[in-house]
Design a protein around this ligand. Structure first.
Ligand SMILES: Nc1ncnc2c1ncn2[C@@H]1O[C@H](COP(=O)(O)OP(=O)(O)OP(=O)(O)O)[C@@H](O)[C@H]1O
Ligand SMILES: [Mg+2]
Length: 379
């Protein structure tokens, strides 16, 4: 099916909890890519992983994918893996038969069964214990599972969407995620951009949250000043859209820009957290400064890339460094080589020593160790 015909597919079911489509996608190039890819990914009906920092909209996109998929009329069942105690996750997912364990007074279907004919959304999939992963693997391989205490295999047809703030390949390397399961769940992937990578969308999001929250709280907080918007656009947003939404909520409730300005200014002057050990151990000033400079350099490069629509040749020229040097820098500071769809470590992610060493030793050739699904952006 061509992209054009896929684009014509309109969601069959609109969830009232989602913001309007134009707000969700905004104008930034990163989100236009997501908009472009959602119908393609949705129609493919293969397991999908949504990567991205917390608060970037993985839940929102999971629902959109479901709405665009062939099983849109079926259920959308979310399981927040870390919210369920590990001992209970198996029964929550796969259900149980009467007498399976103490307290199992009746049989109960799990979320997998509830998602039959629709979508199962596993949030924070990396948190599923390794001992439970084979059962998920079997479900993906054969579409079958057994309830706890049950002998009958039950078959289901569902679309699996997983979300992760962690790089699952790295979890595999660390022995926390099965490699065979990784290849089963990671057939398709989308990376949600951090809010700091789509600063051009901030004014629109602010307007939307302001109107929405004024209505919810029955307030009349006026639009934010241009200065405040500029501060917002320079802020690091570790909590992404959720943090922005909460900040606007505070503004609407407290009714004063000052109340939130003071909070942001402090961070704005120093746009990231210093990695000062909290356990009382010491760290050399030289090392601390080196890390701080690296973080600052990352922010600067990211901003210049954004200003040049992620065109790396133009960015290199603007920064008066060679193209090779820019590629090396991007690799060094952990910025994706394009805004394409990658499973990449977040800004706060510590790159394991072995990978870092590998990065240092390669020149400016292809430095993305992650599979790239679709072509990257311009040079
Ligand atoms: N593109 C968007 N436009 C408007 N609001 C959004 C957008 N994306 C997310 N939000 C809002 O931001 C909040 C956080 O979004 P969501 O829960 O989807 O993030 P998440 O990536 O799943 O976070 P977590 O990793 O913590 O689960 C929600 O209130 C959601 O409605
Ligand atoms: Mg979520």
């Amino acid at each position: 099916m061509s992209y054009q015909s896929l684009r014509a597919v309109t969601p069959k079911k609109k969830s009232p909890s989602l913001p309007p489509t134009d707000i969700i996608y905004g104008r930034s190039r990163a989100m236009q890519e997501i908009r472009h890819r959602i119908p393609l990914v949705a129609q493919a009906n293969a397991p999908l992983v949504l990567y991205g920092e917390s608060g970037t909209g993985k839940d929102v996109v999971a629902q959109l994918v479901h709405q665009h998929s062939e099983s849109a009329s079926g259920p959308f069942v979310k399981v927040s893996c870390p919210a369920i105690p590990s001992g209970l996750l198996e029964s929550e997912l796969f259900g149980y038969e009467k007498g399976a364990f103490t307290g199992a007074n009746s049989s109960k279907p799990g979320r997998v069964e509830m998602a039959n004919g629709g979508t199962l959304f596993l949030d924070a999939v990396s948190e599923i214990e390794i001992s439970l992963q084979p059962k998920l693997l079997q479900l993906l391989q054969d579409g079958c599972f057994c309830r706890i205490g049950g002998l009958d295999e039950r078959a289901v047809q569902l679309r699996l969407i997983c979300a992760s703030t962690r790089d699952l390949m790295e979890e595999v390397a660390l022995g926390r995620f099965r490699e065979d399961l990784y290849f089963r769940v990671n057939v398709l992937s989308l990376r949600m951009p951090a809010l700091r990578e789509r600063v051009e969308d901030i004014p629109m999001l602010v307007d939307y949250f302001l109107q929405d929250l004024n209505r919810s709280f029955d307030r009349h907080a006026p639009p934010l000043s241009p200065t405040m918007i500029r501060v917002f656009q320079g802020y690091h947003w570790p909590g992404n859209i959720r943090e922005l939404e909460n900040l606007i909520k505070r503004y609407v409730v407290l009714g004063s820009e000052e109340a939130i300005m003071s909070e942001l200014r402090a961070v704005h002057e120093f746009p990231f957290e210093l990695e000062i050990p909290e356990d009382g151990s010491s760290i050399a000033l030289k090392e601390l400064t080196k890390r701080a400079v690296a973080r600052l350099e990352r922010t600067v490069i990211l901003r210049v890339l954004q200003a040049h629509q992620w065109n790396r040749k133009k960015t290199a020229a603007a920064l008066k460094i060679s193209y090779r040097a820019l590629l090396y820098k991007l690799k060094e500071v952990g910025i994706p080589p394009s805004r394409g769809i990658y499973a990449l470590p977040s800004i706060n992610h510590t790159i394991p020593a072995d990978r870092e060493a590998a990065m240092q030793s390669t020149s400016d050739q292809d430095f993305s160790s992650q599979p790239q699904e679709l072509p990257a952006f311009d040079e």
